[in-house]
Design a protein around this ligand. Structure first.
Ligand SMILES: NC(=O)c1ccc[n+]([C@@H]2O[C@H](COP(=O)([O-])OP(=O)(O)OC[C@H]3O[C@@H](n4cnc5c(N)ncnc54)[C@H](OP(=O)(O)O)[C@@H]3O)[C@@H](O)[C@H]2O)c1
Length: 296
């Protein structure tokens, strides 16, 4: 795979680590759930599509540790699934469904050892195609959502063992690209939030990791709005969701503040600060198509 800055070998953890994954119904989140359950974690799966979460929960091996609450769900959204992992139907941008999900999480898990802020949506649109309500939805999901999840997760992480937060940002969070201004801005905000939380949460011993995946082969591109039909990227050099999931679990065992899955994007970001014209030229050349570097 294309990881150029992975987190190193994982330390063995006790088998009963508790993980919450937002955006667990597909892609990187579902792959992380499979990898975590295979490693013995107790998994809480959060997303809006309950049917997809139920299908996933049914295929996961049962948690290694006993003690997951088996009581019936108090509402029809949340509760232990057939394999004993937790299904939490919620929208990360909606405080009410999120509060219900975290009530169930607290009751079932008591605390949290790993929180993966992964839920996110893309938006492929040039500024002239921008739809303001949709732009707000992207920012609600990718920025406000992770903030609300972090706020709700903090008391549980404080009760966790060697607690870790992983924010799934993007290489585009460190360098804006044409046609994805809103998405890139949302991921830049998420990376900034991670930097802030690293220091805010240091007294609590909670490690905060920014993970910046590059192109990953998931349903992300089909799911995103693309009003002008801008071309999808070439998936030839993409990473698999399983490969990103492995890095998320490595970060749990061995937290690193910043992990970018493409060093060239980090270099481009740094270059953009000191030689922005050169960075623009390199990016336009790399993207190809109709994109041009500015003439002045
Ligand atoms: N694929 C890539 O190339 C790539 C590259 C860099 C970073 N990333 C980031 O990786 C993360 C996962 O993306 P993916 O590639 O795995 O795409 P994906 O397969 O489309 O998964 C996105 C997940 O987010 C959930 N989600 C979306 N809106 C939500 C909301 N309002 N509340 C709760 N859950 C929500 C979706 O579930 P429901 O629809 O069921 O709610 C789904 O489970 C995203 O943050 C994305 O920005 C992806």
């Amino acid at each position: 795979m294309g990881s150029e800055n992975s987190a190193g070998p994982a330390r063995p953890f006790p088998a009963d680590r508790r993980i919450l994954i937002t955006g667990a119904s597909s892609g990187i989140g579902a792959a992380t759930a499979r990898a975590a359950a295979a490693a013995g974690y107790r998994v809480a799966l959060l997303a809006r599509r309950r049917d997809a979460l139920e299908r996933l929960a049914a295929e996961l091996p049962a948690p290694a540790a006993p003690g997951l609450a088996r009581r019936a769900a108090t509402d029809n959204r949340n509760g232990p699934g057939p394999s004993g992992h937790l299904i939490l139907e919620a929208d990360v941008g909606d405080e009410q469904t999120l509060a219900q999900a975290f009530d169930m999480l607290e009751e079932s898990f008591g605390g949290l050892d790993l929180l993966v802020n992964n839920a996110g949506i893309g938006y492929r649109a040039r500024i002239e195609e921008l739809d303001a309500p949709h732009a707000r939805r992207v920012l609600d999901t990718n920025v406000i959502g992770p903030l609300l999840v972090a706020r709700a997760g903090l008391p549980l992480l404080r009760r966790g063992q060697l607690p870790v937060l992983v924010n799934v940002s993007s290489v585009l969070g460190r360098r804006g690209v044409p046609g994805q201004a809103v998405y890139g801005a949302s991921k830049a905000a998420l990376s900034s939030i991670g930097e802030a939380l690293r220091l805010e949460w240091a007294p609590d011993g909670i490690a905060v990791c920014n993970l910046e995946p590059a192109l990953t082969a998931t349903g992300f591109f089909e799911a995103q709005a693309n009003p002008a039909g801008l071309p999808h990227p070439d998936f030839a050099a993409s990473d698999s969701a399983d490969a990103v999931a492995r890095i998320i679990l490595q970060l749990d065992a061995c937290p690193r503040p910043e992990t970018s899955l493409r060093r060239k994007w980090r270099l481009l970001a740094a270059l953009g600060l000191f030689a922005p014209r050169l960075a623009d030229r390199l990016l336009a050349k790399n993207l190809g198509g109709a994109w041009r570097a500015p003439a002045r």
